[in-house]
Design a protein around this ligand. Structure first.
Ligand SMILES: NC(=O)c1ccc[n+]([C@@H]2O[C@H](COP(=O)([O-])OP(=O)(O)OC[C@H]3O[C@@H](n4cnc5c(N)ncnc54)[C@H](O)[C@@H]3O)[C@@H](O)[C@H]2O)c1
Length: 268
């Protein structure tokens, strides 16, 4: 039986861990070929464990087990040469790119007046500029193809203020401006752009943040406890299913908007 994304190609950043990985696997299960891009090495900031080469390799194997091709690229979303190599490699192997999921990101706590310029710049460069850097290398191809979907992973922090997360929230609000502008520029070419806004997600990011705070992930979740529905967080698979829906023809008239997956948090 034909799967929903048979013949399609999804380019996913931050694919080694968490939401990127779950989304890569969800696309693969639905027949898409996957290009998995991840820094795959530690960074001094934020200081918790990011993806690694083993995680990229195991993702590749898991995609192959469900019958889909997966290319993996170790690279930083701040590195234009690495992005170009990955895009060229994807097009050479798979021949097209239908979906870009700009998902790579970091998080770190610090009150606005105590952050260093390096911390501020690193956050904005990865979480906001990185999405633009990747998009601008893929958009020309999508324009030629006269189709495509760009999904930017923002956060509930992109729709509210967040204590000790000013740089994170600023980057995530910035993704809304980027998304809406891309939607305007690209609609004539039948390309859609949407931002998604998850509440806390059960991923290595939250484990890492908890460890840096000297707390368990459970304690961090209980302290933030903003969800209306009585759950401490949502799962990466919940985000993956939203991304698949938004990438599909079922969402063909959804562009420029914010898709909230917040267990009711923003209703408070
Ligand atoms: N976890 C949450 O509670 C939550 C909630 C809302 C939104 N988000 C956002 O979702 C996205 C994914 O987060 P996650 O929870 O899966 O985190 P995660 O840390 O589990 O996974 C993030 C992945 O991005 C990669 N990455 C980090 N910096 C990179 C860079 N410079 N270049 C390339 N790859 C890089 C990491 O190696 C890692 O594999 C992020 O943008 C995050 O801000 C997270």
């Amino acid at each position: 039986m034909e799967k929903e994304f048979s013949g399609k190609v999804a380019f996913i950043t931050g694919a080694a861990h968490g939401q990127g990985r779950a989304t890569a696997l969800a696309f693969a299960r639905q027949g898409a070929q996957v290009a998995a891009f991840d820094i795959a090495k530690p960074l001094p900031y934020p200081g918790y464990a990011l993806g690694d080469e083993d995680a990229l390799r195991s993702l590749q194997r898991e995609c192959e087990l469900v019958g889909s091709g997966c290319l993996s690229f170790a690279g930083d979303v701040r590195d234009d040469d690495a992005i170009q190599r990955a895009v060229d490699g994807t097009l050479a192997e798979f021949g097209r790119i239908d979906v870009l999921f700009n998902n790579a990101g970091i998080c770190a706590y610090g009150r606005a007046h105590e952050l260093t310029e390096v911390e501020w710049d690193t956050m904005l460069d990865i979480n906001l500029k990185g999405a633009w850097l990747v998009a601008r290398r893929i958009i020309p191809w999508m324009i030629g193809q006269q189709s495509g979907v760009i999904i930017n992973n923002s956060s509930v922090a992109g729709m509210r203020g967040m204590n000790r997360l000013s740089h994170y929230a600023a980057a995530k609000w910035g993704l809304i401006g980027l998304t809406k502008s891309l939607a305007l520029e690209l609609a004539p070419y039948h390309i859609r752009a949407v931002s998604i806004h998850p509440t806390g997600v059960n991923t290595p990011m939250n484990d890492g943040l908890a460890a840096l705070e000297g707390k368990t992930t459970q304690e961090i979740a209980e302290a933030s406890a903003g969800n209306l529905l009585p759950v401490p967080w949502i799962e990466p698979e919940d985000v993956a299913q939203a991304v698949l829906y938004l990438s599909s023809d079922k969402a063909r008239f959804i562009t420029g908007s914010q898709f909230v997956i917040d267990a009711g948090l923003l209703t408070r």
